[in-house]
Design a protein around this ligand. Structure first.
Ligand SMILES: [Zn+2]
Length: 377
């Protein structure tokens, strides 16, 4: 059977990953590798990182009695607590936990919808407990894990402190990713705020994630941890984006604060000031440039850029006269004339290619990317 849990984040030491870990510890049956699944970031009601959890469990419907009791005793009391976060720009909502039990893994179609858009329905379940969290919990069960990475999460006893030298070591391993910002060397593995997570270390193999967590936990300057567990996850899968688009730029505007809006013949795009070289390229664009882009459409239909690439950029200028003056148009289809010596020329425009500030795909810096974002190559 498949068991999913979501939306138990709350203020005093609550976080769905820890609640799920405790649930796994209490299960009266064996279970397979637990999974942490990130979902559509613009969902109206969402938890801090918009992550849901699931696991395949080795049992039959007798487990329902245990789950009924566990729900009443442990999870239900978390309902209504308001989560708070200081690293998130969106309003938080009261926790509305959900737990689901399926006889078989739900169809992956449900996952694909929940990672790319708002979902309101549920796949047919053996039993559901609670409210809104059932949607994420079901999507976590339905995740087909076509592209998979791993994250080892350790929860703190009290203080949140990770040994810097040990972090630098695991950061140098080829299988780990997003451990530290490559430029500032600032650690990216620890959340801020009241969340009970000490750190989450990501890797492209299960073993590397588990080993890296072990290295961090035993290091001299790491504070004591409550427990640690490795999850299979859809982080860095790019699953939230179906495909890139190609379009001609109609207009570009830089807003107060450095954000850039790009109007194309297809979509309206926005690149945020934190976007680094991607935002620099966005600001450099001109009407007529051809671009390829990747991003998620928000609730207003604007695409938040996660990748931007220039395909062609040209600029048109009037030709220059032998005397050095710029020629001027004499009217539609009538050639150009020098305002100085009155020379006339038939060639209306000189088209030159503009050299962009960066070539190939540009993306926001590592610490500003979504959990779901994949390295574009
Ligand atoms: Zn001239």
């Amino acid at each position: 059977m498949w068991l999913g849990l979501d939306d138990t984040d709350h203020l005093e030491g609550g976080c769905t990953t820890l609640e799920f870990h405790k649930l796994l510890e209490s299960l009266p049956c064996s279970y397979s590798e637990p999974r942490l699944v990130r979902l559509w970031p613009f969902a109206a009601q969402r938890t801090r990182g918009n992550a849901a959890l699931a696991v395949e469990i080795d049992c039959d419907e007798e487990i329902i009695d245990f789950l009924d009791d566990y729900w009443q005793r442990v999870i239900l009391p978390l309902r209504g607590a308001v989560s708070s976060s200081n690293h998130d720009d969106r309003d938080q909502h009261p926790a509305d936990p959900g737990m689901v039990l399926f006889a078989e893994q739900p169809d992956s179609e449900f996952y694909w919808r929940a990672v790319r858009q708002e979902v309101a329905d549920l796949p047919p379940a053996v039993k559901t407990w609670g409210g809104h969290g059932c949607i994420g919990a079901s999507a976590a069960c339905a995740w087909p894990a076509n592209i998979c990475t791993w994250e080892s999460i350790a929860w703190r006893v009290k203080e949140r402190k990770v040994d810097e030298i040990a972090l630098a070591e695991v950061d140098s391993w080829p299988e780990t990713f997003l451990c530290r910002d490559p430029r500032s060397k600032r650690g990216l593995i620890a959340p801020r705020g009241p969340c009970p997570v000490m750190f989450g270390i990501r890797a492209t193999s299960q073993q590397a994630a588990a080993n890296a967590a072990e290295v961090l936990i035993v290091a001299k300057d790491t504070a004591p941890v409550l427990a640690c567990r490795t999850f299979a996850t859809n982080q860095a899968s790019g699953d939230h984006l179906e495909s890139s688009f190609t379009a001609k730029v109609n207009a570009v505007a830089t807003l107060k604060g450095g954000h850039t809006t790009i109007e194309t013949e297809l979509d309206n795009l926005v690149s945020f000031s934190e976007g680094g070289e991607m935002n620099i390229l966005a600001q450099w664009l001109q009407c007529g440039d051809e671009i390829e882009y990747l991003g998620l459409q928000d609730r207003d239909g604007v695409i938040h850029l996660e990748g931007l690439k220039l395909l062609s950029a040209t600029s048109k200028q009037r030709p220059t006269c032998d005397c050095g003056k710029r020629m001027k148009s004499m009217g539609k289809g009538q050639g150009v004339r020098c305002p100085n010596c009155k020379n006339i020329q038939n060639r209306q425009w000189i088209v030159t290619e503009r050299i962009p500030p960066s070539s190939g795909w540009t993306q926001p810096p590592f610490d500003c990317r979504r959990h779901l974002a994949r390295e574009i190559v």
